[in-house]
Write a protein that binds this ligand. Structure first.
Ligand code: PLP
Length: 235
């Protein structure tokens, strides 16, 4: 098996983020690298932690809970995968942020469970910017109404927007999608809706994060670029 050097991988990603920030006149401290650790064993997460990573992204509730138990408590856990309403209760008081909110019903469930546990949950609205049929997320036209509706709920706070851009060979093809997400955030900010922020833009993955950073990403979610390719177990 090839030796994966997680530390070098993270350094490389950080360097590229810094270069893109420099070109765009941004500060690298405005971009947080989320290490997407789904399917990867705890030992590899520990290596990333030892290097200094404190933000980890997972897309399955049970896996997130197992890793939450096994790793230090100063980690910020990001739920980045589709979330079923019946599983919300297990994670509301454990995650730092839920990136994948795309319906009022899901937000209501988060709000309800967060109220029971007396916590306030940070969320992002997932936007299907390219209108792909296979993707979760609300359409660009629906974002503003959803934001207005969720803003009224207790114990939940909208921090910004998230998107999973199309899988493309040339990352440049996604530039317009990242620009679009940014524009939606700016438009919503100008509406001055109470109880919301639009400071977080979670966009960019291994294949396209440099482009996302140059278009204003504040969170990039990198899995393969840090931990290597994923092997999915058949069930
Ligand atoms: C898996 C995943 C990522 C990371 O993907 P890579 O291409 O491995 O960097 C980012 N965001 C979401 C929502 C994911 O599910």
């Amino acid at each position: 098996m090839e030796k994966i050097t997680i530390k070098e991988n993270i350094k490389e990603v950080e360097n590229i983020i810094a270069q893109e920030c420099e070109k765009a006149g941004r500060s690298p401290s405005d971009v947080t690298l989320i290490a997407v650790s789904k399917t990867k064993p705890v030992e590899l997460l520990k290596e990333a932690y030892a290097y200094g990573c404190r933000d980890f992204g997972e897309n399955k509730v049970q896996e997130l809970l197992d890793k939450y138990e096994a790793l230090p408590s100063d980690i910020r856990w990001h739920m980045i995968g589709h979330l079923q309403r019946n599983k919300v209760k297990y994670i509301v008081d454990k995650v730092y942020m839920i990136h994948s909110v795309d319906s009022l019903r899901l937000a209501e469930e988060i709000s309800k469970e967060a109220s029971k546990k007396n916590v306030c949950v940070n969320i992002l609205i997932e936007v299907n910017v390219a209108d792909e049929e296979t993707k979760y997320g609300v359409s660009c036209e629906e974002v503003r109404q959803l934001v207005c509706d969720i803003a009224k709920l207790p114990n939940i706070r909208i921090k910004g927007l998230m998107t999973i851009a199309p899988f493309v060979d040339d990352a440049e093809e996604n530039r317009l999608h990242f620009q679009k997400l940014k524009k939606i955030a700016v438009d919503i900010m100008q509406k001055n809706i109470d109880n919301i922020d639009m400071e977080i833009l979670s966009m960019g993955m291994t294949g396209d994060y440099p482009v996302a950073v140059s278009e204003g990403a504040t969170y990039v979610r990198v899995g393969t670029g840090i931990f290597g390719i994923r092997q999915y177990m058949s069930e």
